[in-house]
Write a protein that binds this ligand. Structure first.
Ligand SMILES: CC(C)(COP(=O)(O)OP(=O)(O)OC[C@H]1O[C@@H](n2cnc3c(N)ncnc32)[C@H](O)[C@@H]1OP(=O)(O)O)[C@@H](O)C(=O)NCCC(=O)NCCS
Length: 186
């Protein structure tokens, strides 16, 4: 049994700077758009949408509102500096699966924020009873692989040349997953 999810919002210091963690709300749309569009393209290669498309962001926010995306954001001075999402859907054959996606802005990396955000969402995913939790990332996104490995995920698939960068060069995509067990009992 996993630890119970904590009460939000909560705050802590990372590298001596105060950071607040809370759930994303639909009204955070503009704040989130600013954050996600400020990231270099390569940081978003694991996403399944174009962050520069307003309609894609709108439908993302609708999924936040409906609960199909549960998102914890990290804020410094009311600006988003990182987020971690849990994506689920109600298709009968996939209702036991969740996918985690996350990013921390370049200037705030290496202070433990990514690890903290991933841990928050992982605890929520476990508390919701999800049996299979996965994450996708390019092979070069090593920090993410380190974080997910330490949560107990293992590399389950490698899709060669699956991602093409802005220079036309391809990269492999890694899918990592965590099996919570009792998958057949649902
Ligand atoms: C993954 C990401 C969120 C991590 O954020 P972060 O705030 O820097 O993470 P942390 O500070 O908690 O560091 C996590 C670990 O990664 C390690 N790390 C950081 N950069 C690294 C790199 N380039 N290569 C290998 N390890 C790295 C850190 O040393 C740390 O490990 P440790 O705790 O054992 O020392 C951030 O790098 C990011 O946004 N990357 C681009 C998007 C991405 O890859 N998303 C994942 C897709 S699901």
């Amino acid at each position: 049994m996993s630890a119970p999810a904590r009460t939000y919002p909560w705050a802590s210091h990372f590298g001596g700077r105060a950071v607040t963690f809370r759930f994303m709300r639909p009204e955070d749309k503009e704040l989130f758009k600013k954050f996600i569009r400020s990231l270099p393209r390569k940081d978003n290669f694991y996403l399944l949408l174009d962050v520069h498309n307003d309609q894609a962001i709108d439908s993302w926010m609708k999924r936040v509102e409906s609960g199909h995306i549960q998102s914890v954001i990290a804020l410094e001075n009311d600006e988003i500096i990182g987020y971690c999402n849990l994506h689920t859907n109600e298709l009968p054959w996939m209702r036991h699966v969740g996918e985690i996606r996350m990013s921390v802005s370049g200037t705030h990396r290496g202070r433990g924020l990514g690890r903290t955000l991933a841990n928050e969402i992982f605890v929520l995913a476990r508390a919701r009873g999800l049996k299979k939790i996965c994450a996708r990332m390019t092979a070069s996104q090593e920090a993410a692989q380190k974080i997910f490995s330490s949560l107990g995920f293992r590399a389950e698939a490698l899709l060669s040349d699956f991602v093409k960068n802005e220079n036309g060069l391809t990269e492999d995509l890694v899918i990592m997953s965590y099996d919570a067990g009792e998958i057949w009992g649902l």
